[in-house]
Every structure is written in C-alpha cells, then in structure tokens.
Design a binder for this molecule. Structure first.
Ligand code: GDP
Length: 453
C-alpha cells in the first residue's frame, strides 16, 4: 500500500454531463468526509463498500456543487486501496474547485497512471492487463478493442504464464538431471529437454510473428493513394471517408497538397493520404505537390496505385508503375464502368483489383485486398497478441535465450549452461507479466497513461 492518498480528475476536463474525481489511499474516505456532506447526514466512513451517498462538496467559502460520492473499501477497488469517486456536474470550474477542496483536506495530486500503477503494485492486475487498459482507452477500431479486452481479461497473461510454467518445469528437470546425470530417470534426457524448449520457443515465435499484424490492427496503417491526375484518387478517398474531404473534379491537378483521413476498412484502420497526381509539370505549386506525393508514397506502409482503365497507359502512368513496390502495393484499375483501353499485362505480378469508384463497384474486393496486404499472416480468432513494443522486446529476449539454450544443449555443453539460458528466458517472461520488474521499467510503463487513470 502507498503511504499517501492521491486524487485526480478521471474524466476528460471539459464541459459535460458529469465529472468524476477519484481519491485513492488509506485516508481516501476520511479525506472525502472532510469536504463532502450527505443530505441524509450519514458519514462516508459508515458505509460498506460499493455504496454511495448524495450530498454536496464544499470548501471554506461554501458549497461548490451537489454530487454523488461512491465508496469502495480496500481491497475491493480498482487500486486495491480505499477509493472514493465523487461525481460532480461536468463543468471545468466546478471540477477544478472540487479537486482543490479534496487537496486542501489532505490528498496529493495523482501522477499519470498512478491509479493503475497502484492497482499493479497491490496485485490487482499484472503488467499485461495494465497495458491493455491504455489499449482499451486508445482503441481505434472493433478489432483493437477486442484484442485489448482479451488481454484485460487475462487471455495474454494466461498464455505467457503457461509458457513460463513449462520453462520452470524444464529448468527443474534440467537441474535434477545435472544432479544425477547417471541415473536413468524417465523423461530426464536431452531429447525430452530439447522438445520442451522447442515447444516454448514456437509459442514465443508465434507471438513475435503476430506482433506486426497486431500493430497494424491496433495503430492503423499509413496508406497513400497515388496515381497520375484524374484517375479517381480523390473519389476513392471520399468513398472510404464517406465525405467530401478531397475535391473531385475532372480538371487535372486539383489535389495539390496531401489530404488525410483515418478510416476503417474491414476492421483495419487506414490512415489514408490522398496525394497530388503524379505527372510532369512546370507549375511550381503542383511540382511541390508531386514531390510530397512521392515522399508520402515512399514512407507509406501500403500504397493504392490508381490507374484509369478507360485510357491507355501513358508516360505518367509508367512513372507511377515503375515506382511501385510489389510487397506493399495494390494496383487499383478504376473506371471499370467505361470501356477498357488499358493493357493489363503490364500489371502482372501485382495484386490487382478492378473497381468503379464512381458507381461503387468492386469495393468489397478492394477492401479484402487491403486486408490481405495489411495482415501478412492471417490471424485466427484464438490468437493472442502482444500489444506494446515493450512486450515485443521482452519476448524477443526470451526467444534469444531459448535459442541459446537449444544451441548449448546440442553443442554438448554442460546442462548447467542450458539451465542458465533457460533462467534468462524465464526472467524475460516474468518481466513481461510484471512478476519481476525493475522500478524503472514500471515507471516508464505508467508514465504513458493519462492523469486520472
Ligand atoms: P484524381 O485527380 O485522381 O483525384 O481524380 P478524381 O477523383 O478527382 O476524379 C477525376 C474524374 O474522374 C472526376 O470527374 C470523377 O467523377 C471521375 N471518376 C472517378 N472515378 C470514376 C469511375 O469509377 N468511373 C467514371 N466513369 N468516372 C470516374
């Protein structure tokens, strides 16, 4: 338990229906009793946990607002400590004054992520669950929410704990083998150790392999729409955005700067960028736009390269085609409602889709292809995913240590050395869940939270 009692506004500071101020620590209830009085006359300290009182919050100058005070008693609260949540009306001034009154009665300001950090330190959640809380708050799409909810409910922790347990068993067997190498004990042999290590290794490999897929789902993919002028880039942008963000005209060279929008396509978040049409031009402003388009294309994780199906390939199209990287590009043959005048064989080897953006034909096919490029390895419903770079980095350390353990096993090094490598792998997994973590790492994680969480 922490010694001091902290408080912060847990809802976004702005005008709204209500604001919630959270107080956590040993003295949370007694502090709240000093600045809150219930209309019934009951004191908060006389409540059981999960009970609320309606009353008013006040300071030396008088009543600030009427509000509801909800009491949670340790250990049955988010932080595992005594917690009072005070819901005032959602005005900026009212909320700030109420918080100041709580500070005046003895609470200190909570740091970013302090409530969740306390929950972690009090054993209410492990690090994987704590990190999923930020993920839930920041989720940009249904899939991201689902992945983080699964981690919040312990899905990821269970998988990591399972691997860790297997490693601990293996380490114990190796220790026993090293103590009695000449005895013929069932399962205590090099082959069995090797298969146990391989089993753990393949589970960790899978988690690492899936990380990029998870990242694509969680954070969205930077996707540039490129092509010469008038092929329909802005129409495609607007179709996905369902708005008139980009100007659609039949005058070539209309989009001169980059227009951005974040959209969801089949559960994938795309950070779309509609770029200036790529062509040779003497116009200074348009030239700058073309330069930016090329830059954006180079930086993008995915490229939708648009061509006009109704006109033969010209030198500007060829320039676009030559600049494409097959791995991350989708060739979009637009205006399929018009007569085809394009030699499609030039796109052999590219992932290609035929659409009419104007009449919204072929869009599902394009959406499917976007998903294919976004998720290099298709995910299954049951896959658990690592959700932060920290988690990936720690898993990579475990992977490396397991590889060394196997190499040591086959190199005929003493089994003690294998045990040491296994211990390193176990340490990494314990750090992943937070069972063994330095204060510095812990602080780094919770600093990424917002104040009040
Ligand atoms: P951009 O310069 O590449 O952004 O092209 P725009 O999206 O501004 O479109 C240029 C012109 O092509 C406009 O007149 C659009 O209405 C038209 N256009 C876009 N998509 C299609 C399509 O699928 N079929 C037809 N027939 N016209 C289209």
């Amino acid at each position: 338990m922490s010694e001091n009692t902290v408080a912060a506004i847990s809802t976004p500071l702005g005008t709204g229906g209500i604001s919630v101020i959270r107080i956590s620590g040993d003295a949370a209830i007694s502090i709240a009793d000093k600045c809150f009085r219930a209309f019934s006359g009951t004191k908060l300290c006389d409540l059981n946990g999960y009970e609320a009182l309606y009353g008013e919050i006040y300071d030396q100058s008088g009543v600030i607002d009427d509000c509801v005070a909800l009491v949670f008693k340790a250990p049955k609260s988010y932080t595992g400590e005594n917690v009072v949540e005070i819901s005032t009306h959602g005005g900026v001034l009212v909320t700030k004054k109420a918080l100041r009154a709580i500070f005046d009665c003895g609470a200190t300001p909570a740091m970013a992520g302090e409530f969740t950090k306390r929950a972690f330190l009090n054993g209410k959640l492990d690090l994987l669950k704590a990190e999923s809380v930020i993920g839930i708050i920041n989720a940009k799409n249904e899939s991201a929410l689902k992945i983080n909810r699964k981690a919040r409910n312990g899905g990821l922790s269970k998988d990591i704990d399972g691997i860790c347990e297997k490693m601990l068993e293996t380490a114990a067997s190796i220790a026993a083998y090293s103590d009695f190498p000449d005895e013929d004990i069932e399962n205590l042999n090099i082959e069995n150790f090797s298969s146990l290590i391989t089993e753990c290794e393949s589970k960790i490999n899978k988690l690492i392999e899936n990380f990029d897929n998870g990242k694509a789902i969680l954070e969205g993919i930077d996707c540039a729409i490129v092509g010469k002028p008038n092929v329909g880039k802005s129409t495609i942008m607007n179709l996905f955005s369902r708005s008139e963000k980009s100007i659609v005209t039949d005058i070539a060279g209309t989009t001169r700067d980059i227009i951005e929008n974040t959209v969801n396509v089949n559960g994938i978040t795309l950070n779309l960028a509609d770029t200036a049409g790529i062509r040779n031009t003497e116009d200074t402003v348009e030239k700058a736009g073309v330069q930016r388009a090329i830059q954006r294309q180079n930086d993008a994780q995915m490229v939708l390269a648009v061509f006009d199906n109704s006109s033969p390939l010209d030198s500007d199209d060829k320039k676009v085609l030559c600049s494409l990287d097959r791995e991350r590009s989708i060739v979009v043959l637009n205006k399929s409602d018009l007569k085809c005048k394009l030699d499609k064989s030039v796109f052999d080897g590219f992932l290609t889709v035929q659409i009419s953006a104007k009449y919204e034909n072929g869009i599902e096919d394009l959406a499917e292809k976007i998903k294919t490029v976004a998720l290099k390895n298709p995910l299954s419903e049951n896959d658990t995913l690592l959700i932060t770079e920290r988690q990936r980095e720690t898993a990579v350390r475990a992977q490396k240590a397991l590889k060394e353990a196997k190499e040591a096993l086959f190199a005929g090094v003493t089994v003690d050395a294998v045990g040491v490598c296994l211990d390193d792998a176990i340490s990494a997994l314990l750090e992943l869940t937070g069972k063994k973590v330095t204060e510095e790492v812990c602080n780094q994680i919770f600093e990424r939270f917002c104040i009040g969480k």
